[in-house]
Design a protein around this ligand. Structure first.
Ligand code: ZN
Length: 443
């Protein structure tokens, strides 16, 4: 028997009382200690909330409240959708039970006390036997998680049940006309999946600047099912992005240590490496968020690392990226800012001059000269001031863990090839069937 599928099925035919939400007069006081905990807060995330409205609509048109569960004909169930403002006490009251019963439930064995943590959007149902005694309570937290409490001879006892979704590969493909997001949405991908896709290829392709009309993407991803019904998406398993005629393929691989990441079919990481140091020079002033500024003589964080070097010394791009800024930037003087992938940027200040061809929007390769050491801006002598930012926050470039861009090691290559040849084949099967579909519709 499958109680949870039963819950899902029934939800559609239940009249969830939309008007009864907050209980007037709040009823008898809940035992002092637990009163506060019982107040409902907004749910952090409930995976069924996306169609809660549909369900509620379906529910309001449906017939009466209590129906018998088929797997246990002697139990009558009453179900309520939890709303903001509900309390455990008010829900028990709706089901016809007082605080005494509520307390004996939450003081029960196992995880019964977890019933005190309720969130709006969850469903709770009360199971009554023929004598009208409360013999079971089920709190459906999400499609996957529920708390089940049963009455035994020694009292109530609770247990959390987590269901594993069934995972099936799904395929989406599209050609870009406007933005990746529009094309992906049209292809049936949710925005989270699109973000993931952009993140995987973000080291090679700038989805704002590089994408051209006619660029294509093909994605195999996990579609998650519960009771045969799709309810969410999982990971991207493989993807192909054709940018200006150039094909990029990424394959998800979980190595023998259990670490998952995306690689090219040749075993190169989709992430790109960084140079730890963008110049051959000694550190003259380290990263220090408490530093006293040498010119202003006030405590001002030093959000970068200084490298002393003779004027004209070449400064290298720490990683592949795009020039986000090139020009004069206040006290920084002549400055270049590079954007790498989604969330990393590097800054190079006090240059005497910019590198050849370096201007806003230029694509740069790791190690390429982007400028030369100077003493422009607010400085006491020629040096490079170098910043490394993650999501805009300054980090110590000398100690930060840089993106792991290691290729698949030789020792793991045979395993990698064996595993990824399967996901490549899977991607190709989808591509093939898509081409045949296109041919069929052409005729
Ligand atoms: Zn500095």
């Amino acid at each position: 028997m499958s109680p949870s599928s039963d819950v899902e099925a029934k939800r559609m035919s239940y009249p969830v009382d939309l008007n009864q939400g907050t209980v007037s007069g709040a009823g008898a006081p809940v035992a002092a200690s637990s009163a506060d905990q019982n107040v409902i807060e907004q749910a952090p995330e409930t995976s069924h909330s996306d169609n809660a409205v549909e369900q509620a609509l379906a529910a309001t048109q449906a017939p009466p409240a209590t129906i018998a569960a088929p797997e246990a004909p002697n139990i009558q169930w009453q179900e309520f959708r939890i709303k903001s403002g509900d309390t455990l006490s008010s829900l028990f009251k709706k089901a016809g039970f007082n605080d005494g019963v509520m307390l004996s439930v939450i003081h029960g064995e196992g995880e019964a006390d977890k019933l005190q943590r309720l969130y709006a959007g969850e469903d709770i149902r009360f199971g009554l036997n023929d004598e009208g005694d409360l013999v079971a309570i089920e709190l459906q937290r999400s499609r996957l998680e529920s708390l089940k409490i049963e009455k035994t001879e020694s009292g109530y006892t609770g247990e959390t049940e987590v269901r594993e979704p069934e995972i099936r590969p799904a395929f989406a493909a599209g050609a870009i006309d406007g933005s990746l997001y529009l094309a992906a949405r049209e292809a049936g991908m949710d925005d989270r999946l699109t973000m993931e896709l952009a993140g995987i290829f973000g080291w090679d392709i700038d989805f704002v600047y590089d994408v051209r009309k006619g660029d294509r993407f093909e994605v195999v991803y996990e579609q998650l099912y519960i009771d045969g019904e799709e309810f969410s998406t999982g990971r991207i398993l493989s993807a192909k992005f054709t940018n200006r005629g150039e094909e990029n393929i990424a394959l998800l691989y979980t190595d023998s240590n259990g670490e998952s990441d995306y690689y090219t079919p040749e075993g190169q990481s989709m992430r790109k490496a960084f140079l730890r140091v963008p110049i051959n020079a000694r550190v003259s002033s380290p990263f220090n968020l408490q530093r006293r500024h040498p010119v202003l003589d006030i405590v001002r964080p030093h959000e970068g690392t200084d490298y002393a070097a003779p004027p004209g010394t070449p400064i290298k791009a720490a990683g592949n990226g795009r020039v986000k800024f090139a020009g004069w930037k206040g006290g920084y003087g002549r400055t270049v800012v590079l954007q790498h992938g989604d969330n990393i940027s590097t800054l190079y200040a006090h240059m005497s001059r910019l590198g050849k061809g370096i201007k806003n929007g230029t694509r740069v390769k790791q190690g390429q000269t982007i400028g030369h050491v100077g003493s422009s801006g607010m400085v006491t002598g020629p040096h490079l001031h170098y910043e490394f930012r993650v999501n805009g926050v300054a980090k110590n470039s000398r100690t930060i863990k840089l993106p792991d861009a290691q290729p698949i090691p030789k020792s793991e290559m045979a395993r990698f090839k064996r595993v990824t040849s399967q996901s490549l084949a899977q991607l190709n099967v989808f591509l093939e069937s898509q081409n045949q579909l296109a041919l069929a519709t052409d005729n």
